[in-house]
Design a protein around this ligand. Sequence first.
Ligand code: UDP
Length: 282
Amino acid sequence: MRILVTGAAGFLGSHLCDRLLALGHRVVGMDNFITGSRSNLEHLKSHPNFQLVLHDVANFIEVEGPLEGVPLGLAKAKGARFLLASTSEVYGDPLVHPQPESYWGNVNPVGPRGVYDEAKRFAEAITMAYHRFHQLDTRIVRIFNTYGPRMRPHDGRVVSNFVVQALKGEPLTLYGDGSQTRSFCYVDDLVEGIVRLFERGGPEPTNLGNPNEFTVRQLAELVLRLTGSRSRIVTQPLPTDDPKVRQPDIRRARETLGWEPKVALEEGLRRTIEYFSGLTAA
Ligand code: UDP
């Protein structure tokens, strides 16, 4: 297949390009480098099956030649399959735990996370409308917290924050009392799930994430242990509308894709710490 990946220079986008190329597909990677990083694609520069297009996806996308997998309007024009990267944020601060795909969520539309959450919910709605009305071949993946090499060191996510802080000997910033939970999936597991969903999944939304749930305080302590850092843990106010719990119900992915995560948090964190050690040393 020839597949267009938007956000190709990002954390997940760049790993997805790697995997699709390894499977023998041709990849057109699109990015405008506002949040993506050129260094994430450096190793693909002279790959014969990889083409990089500098483009802002907010503007109309045109791509020459055939495509078999891509964004909505373009997917329709090309008769291609479309995969939407959605998020566990569609569940908001969930009142059902763990979260199955059938749960409609608890989102504050006017809170600080409202724009992101509602944008993703609308993206799911429009994807299903294209599927129903235009018979487009679509997939929706609800991505739960994912971590690994190529995360941006300063994008504010908890794993990158804690690892960078621990490596620099700075205090780890724990928001609230740290009793809120998240379930962290290593990037390789996630990308494997995305590829399976793309290849043989159905149009209904599919959760992908690691169901092993930890408190954020447990994560902080694990990062300190694995880095051997002597950093302290300091508490800061909990952001507004911060979900109190989050854990994917992955029965659908298990049954339809035969997928489940394989990399335990400790192992994934080791690999992530190695990556960030390389960055801070450079
Ligand atoms: N968090 C924290 N310290 C940080 C960054 C985040 O305690 O330096 C907490 C945050 O309040 C949330 C959890 O870690 O409860 C996960 O935050 P992140 O932004 O990584 O993802 P999300 O909230 O979207 O799941």
